[in-house]
Design a protein around this ligand. Structure first.
Ligand code: SF4
Ligand code: SF4
Length: 118
């Protein structure tokens, strides 16, 4: 996680993280640990904890908005790798900003166009 993210973690406790079963370590060396996933159908699974309310990925360690880390960072699934690509530079996007707002955090710079959740 980037410095902006290690004191946040809001997205990991806001969105359902869905990806192909092909990304798990049952199909791929050093893939996402299958024991931390929930099979949704014959093609897809999600990170455990992201399919229930309140949402919080089981791989997230720490306190949202304070200090967090991903316990499977090197093996995290593709949605996590693709999320808010500019957050590394301290620039969020709509999804990042909305996640942060849900957890009482101000959007990062660049998230000015974030809209409230319906
Ligand atoms: S919500 Fe944005 S700033 Fe927070 S952890 Fe996710 S990408 Fe990083
Ligand atoms: S796998 Fe890691 S980066 Fe992805 S949602 Fe879970 S804690 Fe966050």
């Amino acid at each position: 996680m980037t410095s902006s993210c290690t004191c946040c973690g809001a997205c990991c406790a806001t969105y359902r993280v869905v990806f192909s079963l092909d990304e798990t370590d049952q199909m791929l060396d050093a893939g996402v640990p299958a024991e931390l996933t929930l099979k949704l159908n014959s093609e897809f699974c999600c990170m455990c904890g992201t399919d229930t309310k309140p949402q919080r990925c089981v791989a997230l360690v720490g306190q949202v908005g304070k200090s967090v880390s991903c316990s499977i960072y090197a093996r995290r699934p593709s949605p996590c790798r693709a999320f808010a690509p500019e957050a590394a530079g301290g620039h969020g996007d709509i999804a990042c900003g909305n996640a942060r707002r849900q957890h009482g955090l101000a959007p990062l710079a660049g998230s000015y166009d974030a809209v409230p959740f319906a």
